[in-house]
Design a protein around this ligand. Structure first.
Ligand code: FIX
Ligand code: ZN
Length: 419
């Protein structure tokens, strides 16, 4: 690796490629951030950075406090424990810890003082409006896709009441409970006026689910529908999940021209005591995705997979199906080692027709580190690829490199959505 880096940094246009990758605006196509109109749902600041579930999981490698005791503490006390365990008692070299430091450093804060109260004081002086501009600017973001769930009791009332939207935020309609917990979700739909009660003929039930999806697609102006799935997801299969997909979701997506984004590979609550930090991952049988892409050529699918071992198979699937757009290095794969490997794999098999990264940020400030770190890795891969072309006598012009990077950073995704 050292040799490759040394060689590529001598390439005459390496600086130019790096500069383009570091400065091209990005469309962040999947986050858990909110339009500021959602008030407290948009998390930001040092305490939320520290209690991020990635850091909670890591801190319990060192903490010996009972899980329930930890959860009973106020957020600042949880953050104190995490800071002490992950930043003071040990050097913060994991990707998620390093991310906190990259973020603070980019904001101009002095991290080497290791002074948590001083950091808190600085954040107390910020206002969300200015801070949002600052974070988007430092991350180089032009647009942020939210994860919007009608099943979220804090989020739903805000949509129902209505608000003036910030046009930098786009909506993704998230439907996990609909597809994965039908027995609990059906009564909710009934309560909201959709006729899916027991005894309703199946076709009428699916029509009513479509009416629900259409109402929410319109209400939030959804740009795609999204679900995360367990590794054992199968399609086709004899169960309600696959029936809802085939008879309600896919017809809805076709009618509205919207992609259906699947995120397979998550094992929810492997350790429930860790709450949000307790999810794991597993290998998915991607035959299900192949069956969807092949069986429904009029539908558009997006996919990111959690297992490293699924990445190659996913790339090969994308080569076979142009109705599949693959994206992001999701969650446990969002570490430099795997971003490098997965981006290389994708470039070598797919050229530029994919979206290498999304941030999955849950705390606004995280977009700074997630994008700075990923941009550096993507730049390294691209410098190498353009220099290999140069060795073959093909010199990419500045305009061509800018075009390519724009595609990787949201252009290819938008074209796919519009196709
Ligand atoms: O399902 C998802 O969208 C996941 O990204 C999250 O549930 C997960 O908790 C996360 O934050 C990963 O980065
Ligand atoms: Zn997510």
């Amino acid at each position: 690796m050292k040799t490759i880096l040394a060689e590529t940094s001598r390439v005459p246009f390496a600086k130019e490629v790096e500069n383009i990758v570091m400065t091209t605006p990005v469309i962040d196509i999947h986050t858990h951030l909110y339009d500021p109109a959602f008030k407290q749902l948009l998390l930001w600041g040092i305490d939320d950075l520290l209690v991020y579930h990635y850091l909670v999981a890591e801190s319990f490698r060192y903490l010996d406090i009972a899980y329930e005791k930890f959860w009973s503490l106020p957020k600042t006390s949880q953050a104190d424990l995490i800071w002490q365990a992950l930043f003071i008692d040990h050097s913060p070299i994991s990707e998620a810890c390093r991310g906190v430091l990259t973020t603070l450093h980019a904001l101009g804060l002095d991290v080497k003082r290791r002074d948590l109260p001083a950091l808190r004081q600085w954040f107390a002086g910020q206002t969300v409006e200015n801070y949002l501009d600052r974070c988007m600017d430092l991350a180089g973001l032009s647009k942020i896709y939210m994860t919007n769930s009608p099943f979220d009791d804090l989020e739903r009332p805000v949509w129902e009441k209505g608000f003036k939207r910030d046009d930098r935020f786009a909506a993704g309609l998230r439907i996990d409970p609909l597809l994965l917990a039908w027995p609990e979700t059906a009564p909710l739909l009934v309560r909201w006026g959709y006729h899916v009660e027991a005894g309703t003929p199946p076709q009428k039930t699916f029509d009513e689910v479509r009416r629900f999806l259409a109402d929410w697609t319109r209400k939030i102006n959804a740009q795609y529908l999204m679900v995360s799935l367990p590794p054992d997801f199968e399609f086709p299969a004899r169960n309600i999940t696959t029936q809802l997909i085939e008879k309600a979701l896919l017809p809805h997506c076709r009618e509205h021209g919207l992609p259906f984004a699947l995120m397979p590979g998550v094992k929810r609550a492997v350790n429930p005591q860790l709450r949000l930090a307790g999810d794991g991952q597993g290998l998915t049988n991607l035959q299900a995705l192949q069956n969807l892409c092949a069986g429904f050529p009029e539908n558009k699918f997006m996919a990111t997979v959690l297992a490293r071992e699924n990445q190659h198979e996913l790339c090969v699937l994308a080569r076979k199906f142009r109705n599949l757009h693959i994206f992001g290095c999701w969650w446990f794969t969002n570490i430099p080692l795997l971003i490098d490997e997965i981006t290389r794999l994708r470039v070598e098999l797919l050229g530029l027709s994919f979206t290498p990264q999304h941030s999955d940020a849950r705390v606004l400030d995280q977009v700074i580190y997630k994008w700075q770190h990923s941009r550096r890795v993507i730049a390294r891969v691209l410098v190498e690829k353009y220099s290999e072309l140069a060795q073959a006598g093909w010199h990419a012009s500045t305009v061509e490199i800018e075009r390519d990077v724009k595609d990787l950073f949201g252009g290819a995704f938008e074209s796919f959505c519009q196709s």
